[in-house]
Design a protein around this ligand. Sequence first.
Ligand code: MN
Length: 212
Amino acid sequence: MKNQKRILAISDVHGNGHLLTKLLQAVNYSPDIDQLIMLGDYINKGPDSIGTLQSIESLCKEGAIALAGNNELKWLNSENSDTARWKSFLKSLPFYKEISPFIFVHAGIKKSLPLYKQRIEDLTGINTPSFECFPDRIVVFGHTPTFRLASSTGQIWLKKGMVGIDTGAGHGSNLSLVDLTNWISYFVRINNSEEVNSYPLQKQIVYGDDYI
Ligand SMILES: [Mn+2]
């Protein structure tokens, strides 16, 4: 069935829940008409991991989807009072989600294996150049900041069949919310978070030459 909702994706919020809120306000997010999908690494590096998890959990209760990233796995494997309250929520998070034509995942996939056979270490931690696209699908992923993928710093990375959306919020760069229905990226700068800006994404790069 064709997804009728506007698809919004974000990754690697890394403790910047206040900026996630700001971005959602800027796009007039409504769970009734939007499908929000968050690709993991909500915690660590930034100012407020717990507050960010509270936001993520609330958004999930309203219909958003949250995947697990490698930082969530780190918390699951640690023992302290901060992480205990969150374990059942973090354990409930899936490692990938398909919303045709997209496959959403924290870090990436290996195309040699069907989706259900992918290794958790790859889904949550695979790094360039080992990750791959998937035939006839568009893999949307975070984890590797796009400046490491030869994208301009802070910008979404596009390639045929792939969209890299970690624009470096964990590295003092930008947090981006991507509208994959209208192909627009909204972003805030981590150190100058007053303003939300946007720019169009070139959908034809992702779909390739056969795109009409
Ligand atoms: Mn990560």
